[in-house]
Design a protein around this ligand. Structure first.
Ligand code: AMP
Length: 323
């Protein structure tokens, strides 16, 4: 059990109190963002059919299978309870007016950098926001009973954020998975959503295997330009499939993808990963943030990408010295 009893009491009290509840999550949503957002929406709707429960933010084509966002106006926020899932800092909340409600709750599993909201349920020990939502339902004393539809979304969120239970699942993760699988969900179908690739994606992986630079210091890097995305007909979201290739290469401890953006502001989206030293400080130094082992940042030039690689080399060399 991660979540403090008092936080749960306040959460359930506020959910009970408000007739309109609007749920946000972060920009560039991933399955955990949408899974925790829509999973919570379904749980509240199921328990309180007379409440208006809305999901805010832009729709993502690649995650359309998880469900739709709602059309929301500023008026909806009057007298509303707003809950933001999976979002460490306020500037990454997707959807305007998230702060225009009566009360604001943050439910998140990232390192705590921005303590926003009237209530924070923030546990970096959790693998995913979906894991936290599952715990909330399990400990709700039937105020938010689990449903099959919500389970499918929450399971997808956990599967995605743990890389199919590879990255640091804890006893709480399996506890949550047990609750969700008990709803008789088709786990194979959900997992297949993450493992099936298109032919374009396979060819793009071929490009990545050929072009990732493996540096002697245990650092790997790859630049993905707009031309390459065009050539392989790959969306920016889909470049995700090559991000963790270096994790399987022995001797590699940190790695980074630089994904060229359409405009120049920033020029590159930076995706950092590690299985050794903490990388979030490097991300923070380049207008980003995130977790110790998975962070994101921005680079405005090729020189800045080089600087980031050099910083990774430094911390990785240091890490290996002390290993
Ligand atoms: P990504 O590489 O986009 O999957 O992001 C990895 C982690 O870093 C996620 O948990 C994000 O919350 C965080 N992150 C990504 N980009 C940023 C950013 N620009 N600022 C702060 N945190 C970020």
């Amino acid at each position: 059990m991660l979540i403090k009893e008092q936080e749960l009491d306040t959460l359930f009290q506020w959910i009970e109190e408000y007739d309109t509840i609007i749920i946000h999550r972060h920009v560039r949503p991933d399955p955990d963002a949408v899974g925790s957002q829509l999973g919570l929406k379904l749980l509240i709707q199921n328990a309180y059919p007379n409440k208006q429960v809305l999901a805010a933010g832009t729709s993502s084509d690649s995650l359309a299978w998880m469900g739709e966002m709602d059309d929301i106006t500023k008026d909806d926020y009057e007298e509303a309870l707003v809950i933001v899932t999976d979002t460490a800092n306020q500037d990454r909340v997707d959807g305007a007016h998230y702060d225009a409600g009566d009360k604001l709750i943050k439910i998140d599993h990232h390192l705590v950098v921005d303590r926003y909201g009237d209530l924070q349920i923030a546990y970096p020990e959790a693998t995913s926001a979906s894991e936290l939502i599952t715990e909330i339902a399990s400990r709700s004393k039937n105020k938010l009973p689990m449903t099959k539809e919500a389970s499918e979304l929450l399971y997808a969120g956990i599967v995605a954020d743990t890389g199919r239970f590879l990255y640091s699942p804890t006893p709480y993760t399996f506890e949550a998975a047990k609750t969700l699988v008990a709803q008789d969900i088709d786990t194979r179908l959900i997992t297949d959503r993450f493992s099936e690739t298109s032919l374009n994606e396979v060819r793009f992986q071929g490009f990545a295997y050929e072009n990732i630079e493996f540096h002697d210091e245990g650092v790997a890097s790859l630049v993905i330009t707009r031309d390459i995305m065009e050539k392989y007909q790959i969306s920016e979201d889909a470049t995700n499939i090559v991000l963790n290739i270096p994790s399987t290469v022995s001797g590699m401890y940190t790695w980074v993808n630089f994904i060229e953006q359409e405009g120049d502001n920033p020029k590159y989206r930076v995706r950092l990963r590690s299985k050794g030293p903490a990388i979030n400080q490097i991300a923070e130094a380049h207008d980003g943030g995130g977790h110790a082992m998975a962070s994101g940042a921005k680079a405005n030039s090729l020189e800045e990408t080089e600087a980031i690689i050099n910083e990774l080399k430094q911390i990785t060399t240091e890490f290996l010295k002390n290993k």
